[in-house]
Design a protein around this ligand. Structure first.
Ligand code: 5AD
Ligand code: SF4
Ligand code: FES
Length: 349
């Protein structure tokens, strides 16, 4: 047996790899299907065939940050901005529940219109629908995170984007890598389920750096991890850079599953924006979550992180049916639970 198959076997059996072994897997293309199959077996063994859906509400595309890769960056003047009112957000969450979602993800740019009081109101009202709430609002203080948690928020997503401090600080001007790590730490301390993740294929990102990302996620014991390829946006300073590689993103997903057996891993929108049936492929390489869009009307298009985003002309009802079909087509089924991390044991709460 060749060295690479040995490494895949080791990962499947022990769920441990060294940085060097991860780099070897990331660089290899010949055995990548075996890597995906191994991750799929581990997913099936620990989590079964259920797929958790999270209804994504993109409620404001206004952002005070200036990340070089992102279409929502404040210096992008080519984007029409929008911001939903508190009651509109609550209404969308109610509709998400009626479509059968057990979780809503409230995502926005870093928009200071939404004060702690407004967010507490939104979270409290949505919790009345008996639905889990994931927030994805960027960097906030410990006190802010605490207030949202007390209002009823269950989970929080904040990607580290890259663990390479220099690359991070070059690409996210004015932001501190330490502070981002501090956010992840604070969220864990406050009892959130914590989600992170990284971009794959950023300019100047190395395989070694991606291996560091994976090991970092294991070290902090992340509950959820989302990764996707970098997709250059013409309206940003990185518009002329190379697009991230779909299969490299899939390999990162698969290795994360092999090393972190029971966490929730989404098949991300960016993956399907690059590759036909990209989410189904990710679901067959370790992923067990999908986050369909429940934002309505032109807002979907305006939440323009990157070009080619799927579903921008579709309705929430259509996406809900579409994703169920895709999941069933690969022999899986949509879960009817809130889908906390197995072992966190919060289904009864
Ligand atoms: N390509 C792919 N993903 C992107 N994101 C932002 N800009 C891009 C892009 N150009 C991702 C970031 C962020 C998430 C909400 O969207 O990783 O955390
Ligand atoms: Fe703002 Fe997030 Fe985009 Fe950065 S990645 S510009 S923080 S929306
Ligand atoms: Fe939106 Fe398929 S999930 S069209």
């Amino acid at each position: 047996m060749n060295n690479i198959l040995e490494i895949i076997k080791k990962a499947e059996n022990t769920h441990e790899l060294t940085k060097e072994e991860i780099v070897i897997l990331l660089k290899d293309d010949e055995n990548r299907d075996e890597l995906y199959r191994a991750a799929d077996r581990v997913r099936k063994k620990y989590l079964g065939d259920e797929v958790h859906l999270r209804g994504l509400i993109e409620f404001s595309n206004i952002c005070k940050r200036n990340c070089m890769y992102c279409g929502l960056r404040r210096d992008n003047k080519n984007l029409k901005r929008y911001r939903l009112k508190e009651d509109e957000i609550i209404e969308l969450a109610k509709k998400a529940k009626s479509y059968g979602y057990q979780t809503v993800v409230l995502q926005s740019g870093e928009d200071d219109y939404y004060t702690v009081d407004k967010l507490k109101y939104i979270v409290r009202e949505i919790k009345k629908f008996d639905i889990a709430i994931t927030l994805s609002l960027g960097e906030k203080t410990y006190e802010e995170y605490k207030a949202y948690k007390e209002a009823g928020a269950d989970r929080y997503l904040i990607r580290i984007e890259t663990t390479d401090k220099k690359l991070y600080e070059d690409l996210d001007p004015g932001m501190s890598h330490e502070n981002r790590k501090e956010c992840l730490y604070n969220l864990g301390k406050l009892g959130y389920e914590v989600g992170s993740g990284c971009l794959v294929g950023l300019p100047n990102q190395t395989m070694e750096s991606l291996a560091d990302d994976i090991l970092f996620f294991k070290e902090i014991n992340a509950d959820m991890l989302g990764v996707g390829p970098f997709i250059p946006n013409e309206d940003t300073p990185l518009g002329k850079e190379k697009t991230g590689d779909f299969h490299l993103s899939l390999k990162v997903t698969a290795i994360m599953r092999l090393l972190m057996v029971d966490i929730n891993i989404p098949a991300t929108t960016a993956m399907e924006s690059l590759e036909p049936e990209g989410r189904s492929k990710a679901l067959m390489a370790g992923a067990n979550v999908v986050m369909p869009n429940v934002t309505e009307g032109e807002y979907r298009k305006l939440y323009a992180l990157y070009p080619g985003k799927i579903c921008v002309n579709d309705t929430p009802g259509h996406c809900r049916k579409c994703i169920t079909l895709k999941i069933n087509k690969i022999g899986r089924y949509v879960s009817d639970t809130k889908g906390f991390r197995k072992g966190n044991d919060r289904e009864v709460v």
